[in-house]
Ligand binder design. Structure first.
Ligand code: NAP
Length: 269
């Protein structure tokens, strides 16, 4: 019996666990960080909680006689991915990283790519300062000829996760619609409106949300995938600018696939 650990927390990890569940020669253990209150669970055996860094993971892999690890965590779960890469080198247990591709930018998209959440916050602060100063604003997107310049706080649709809220909530001249699966840590300042929701989202729903809250800009991470892509379609339709946070780089030398099928083949050895 080949024992495979799937580092999960994503739709791809659940799909992979489901695909491998039908293979009699493979036993899968799926691992979750254990942070979400009511997580969507994969089929089969599931464990939850951190391993205790690369040392803890290496020890766990040996104790559980794991033959192969598929890191199917979210593209922004950089610590877990780094830990898996290090534990794999130390133990010799082969590692495959399964990452869905990032979102492609189309010709009608108004995206600004930034390398970190902090860089996204800086960009918002610049826009807010320019608007407050009533100088010619450094607009996130050029307004069409003859349209009035917006006033008041920059109204931001923030979908970067509840733990990123502190990076943005201290910005002056910014109002935030922060959407997350679980509530952020209190206290939540009055200029932050929290919307608890979990994908998949529809384009109609995202259009209505953007209109209802008169949002000026979307801040998101380049997570990729279909479950949360509707906001980008809605932003394109409404000409809403997007600040897109790029993915952290992968550790060097890791083997990467982009589809569940490819990962399932690899996992079977
Ligand atoms: P992270 O910063 O890379 O991980 C922090 C620590 O959490 C890791 O060092 C590890 O603790 C533990 N951990 C993370 N994923 C784990 C897993 N699948 N199984 C066991 N322990 C895990 O990750 P994160 O950004 O906090 O994300 C946490 C989880 O949520 C991930 O599983 C990810 O797939 C999922 N997720 C993340 C995002 C996102 O935007 N980051 C979005 C959707 C889902 P130890 O060092 O103690 O082993």
């Amino acid at each position: 019996m080949r024992r495979v650990l799937i580092l999960g927390g994503t739709a791809e990890a659940r799909a992979l666990a489901a695909e491998l569940a039908d293979i009699p020669s493979v036993h899968v253990v799926s691992s979750l960080a254990g942070r979400v209150t009511n997580p969507r669970l994969p089929v089969g055996e599931v464990r939850a909680g951190g391993f205790g860094g690369p040392d803890g993971l290496a020890t766990w892999l040996a104790a559980e006689r794991i033959d192969a690890v598929v890191d199917a965590t979210h593209p922004f779960a950089a610590r877990m991915t780094a830990s898996a890469a290090e534990a794999s080198v130390r133990t010799g247990v082969p590692l495959l990283v399964l990452r869905r591709p990032g979102w492609p930018q189309g010709p009608d998209d108004t995206w600004q790519r930034v390398s970190s959440l902090e860089a996204a916050a800086t960009r918002l602060a610049e826009a807010a300062t320019a608007r407050l100063a009533i100088a010619k604003p450094v607009e996130l997107a050029e307004p069409a000829e003859g349209t009035a310049q917006p006033t008041g706080p920059v109204r931001v649709f923030l979908t970067t996760g509840r733990r990123s809220l502190p990076v943005f909530s201290g910005l002056a001249g910014v109002w935030l619609l922060a959407r997350s699966v679980d509530p952020p840590e209190p206290p939540v300042p009055p200029h932050v409106h929290v919307l608890l929701d979990r994908g998949p989202y529809t384009v109609e729903g995202e259009l209505a949300l953007i209109r209802e809250h008169r949002l000026d800009v979307l801040v998101t991470k380049d997570s990729g995938g279909q479950l949360t892509a509707a906001k980008l379609v809605a932003a394109r339709e409404l000409g809403l600018p997007v600040i897109m946070v790029d993915r952290p780089p992968l550790p060097t030398g890791v083997r990467l696939v982009e589809t569940v099928n490819a990962a399932a083949l690899w996992a079977q050895g």
